[in-house]
Design a protein around this ligand. Structure first.
Ligand SMILES: Nc1nc2c(ncn2[C@@H]2O[C@H](COP(=O)(O)OP(=O)(O)OP(=O)(O)O)[C@@H](O)[C@H]2O)c(=O)[nH]1
Length: 497
């Protein structure tokens, strides 16, 4: 139930590819080039839609402009960073991109298993080995922008608490050092990375805890970072960079699905907030470049949704599709509750149980109803339990990692003991413990109970509010205005109960 194999999601070698820039020459006019790209993109879409029914096919990026940005980022890069959420890394790992980057482009691909604070260390290590085994050319880096000490139990119920930390915290990221080591191995002395090493040492020395979510970070006054905003005009074609490490600078392209934590990772590398972070998928729209140091340039690509056979409920829970845009959230709640005991974790009382301890079969609707009752969510007019709001709230808890849904590589359950005692697991625990809050008395930390933190309704509904305020947070490919007609979740079936 919790196992996930890349075969199921992408069928490597099938038409579930990503669009490529068709061949071009300098003799072509810009118009010719654009229309050629448009034609080739339509063919690409036609092949995919011809091979799979819309029920099987996941929602994916249909906006050519977004893919053009990927092309441009890949053309500029010396090293490509593919950022994935470690709770479901195969969801965020299109094998076609691996083949293209390592094969056709001949570039190094670094897989970042991100948000390692949200998964048990043994599982993180098992995923790392899974990818090494299946994709031997990868360099793999473990990362979290918001480290937690895994030695400190979060809650006896197994529900993660949300920690709020004050001050500047981006320098606390776990993983910059490992990434530097990977880049040193890749560049093998061709770029002077000593300035990066010095920067990491400075950041670690100057770091204090920041807000755990990164969303309300205070303005800080760290050293200025040179940022270049890329606009449409820079989307003009250019061949892949012929010259590696031009002017002694290594360009690292950061690519990934929406919501995998790219912006937070860049902030974590820079050591201060340079990119805004949002829980709403599809936040980053145009790519930007940041000089981490004079010899290290980061290039941030907008979130990309590659075509796959991912169940639609999992797309919601993986943060690929904005929760605020789902019309029917109950099936996704059902998907979640059939994998983790939501009602137990949240201490819910069955709506029909006369006695709190009475056994009763649960369906998704019951769980939403019970959560609405517990939270006091009422509809405005009839003051009945607001089940829709409760369903949204539950999905957000899962997305934030407070209700922990982590998928496993095949065979994990049978080998769990081996992974738990694996030396790399011990290393990861020790590393997280070192940067984690334990023993750091100067931090001001405020742990909140899950139940009370859910009260921050400003926060619960923030995504919806943000989307109402303009197009800042609206996914590039699913404009809000045409939501009803284009929302792929109208396809979802009714709740099973
Ligand atoms: N627990 C945890 N949460 C994280 C981490 N990194 C990011 N997040 C959260 O994940 C959500 C998405 O983070 P972003 O950094 O905006 O992700 P993104 O990939 O830039 O998203 P797009 O703009 O949609 O492409 C936010 O709610 C972050 O607070 C991490 O390392 N650990």
């Amino acid at each position: 139930m919790l196992e996930l194999d890349i075969q199921e999601v992408y069928q490597p070698g099938s038409v579930l590819d990503f669009p490529r820039r068709p061949p071009w020459s300098y003799e072509m006019s810009k118009e010719q080039l654009m229309s050629q790209e448009e034609r080739s993109f339509q063919e690409y879409l036609g092949k995919i839609h011809g091979a799979f029914t819309s029920e099987k096919l996941s929602y994916f990026e249909h906006n050519l402009e977004t893919w053009r940005q990927l092309w441009r980022v890949l053309e500029m890069s010396d090293i490509v960073l593919l950022i994935t959420d470690v709770r479901h890394p195969v969801v965020n790992f299109p094998p076609a991109l691996y083949e293209y980057v390592t094969g056709e482009l001949g570039l190094a691909l670094v897989l970042v298993l991100n948000k390692v604070d949200l998964a048990p260390p043994a599982l993180v290590v098992a995923w790392k080995h899974y990818f090494h085994q299946h994709f031997p050319q990868l360099h793999i880096v473990l990362f979290t922008s918001f480290p937690r000490d895994p030695r400190i139990p979060q809650d006896r119920s197994g529900v993660l608490k949300k920690s709020r930390r004050r001050g500047r915290g981006w320098g606390r990221a776990l993983g910059p050092e490992q990434l530097l080591r990977a880049c040193e191995a890749i560049t093998s002395g061709k770029v002077d990375l000593s300035s990066w090493q010095e920067k990491i040492a400075r950041d670690v020395a100057g770091a204090t805890w920041g807000n755990g979510s990164g969303e309300e970070e205070e303005e800080d006054d760290g050293p200025a970072v040179l940022v270049e905003q890329q606009t449409d005009s820079t989307m003009e074609p250019a061949g892949p960079t012929q010259e590696r490490y031009k002017d002694g600078v290594v360009t690292i392209g950061c690519v990934g699905f929406p919501n995998v934590g790219k912006s937070s990772l860049i902030n974590g590398l820079v050591g201060r907030k340079v990119v805004s972070v949002s829980r709403t998928p599809g936040h980053t729209r145009y790519f930007q470049t940041y000089f981490l140091t004079p010899s290290v340039k980061l290039c941030d690509c907008p979130g990309l949704i590659f075509p796959s056979l991912l169940p639609k409920q999992l797309q919601v829970l993986a943060g690929i599709y904005p929760i605020a845009q789902i019309q029917e959230p109950y099936t996704a709640v059902g998907y979640l509750a059939s994998r983790i005991p939501v009602q137990v974790l949240l201490h819910l009382r069955h709506p029909e149980a006369e006695h709190p301890s009475a056994e009763h079969p649960w369906c998704a609707w019951d769980i939403c109803e019970a959560w609405a009752e517990k939270r006091g969510y009422k509809t405005a007019r009839a003051a009945r339990n607001d089940v829709y709001r409760a369903a949204n709230s539950l999905l957000r808890l899962a997305l934030d990692g407070r209700l922990s849904l982590c998928f496993h590589p095949p065979g994990y359950a049978q080998q769990k003991g081996t992974w738990e005692s694996h030396p790399e697991t011990m290393e990861l625990v020790a590393l997280q413990g070192r940067v984690g809050p334990a023993g750091d008395e100067e931090e001001e930390e405020e742990e909140e109970e899950l139940s009370s933190s859910c009260e921050e309704e400003g926060e619960e509904d923030r995504d919806a509010d943000e989307e109402g305020e303009g197009d800042e947070d609206t996914p590039t490919s699913a404009p809000r205005s045409s939501l009803a007609s284009r929302n792929p979740y109208t396809m979802l079936g009714e709740d099973e109960c």
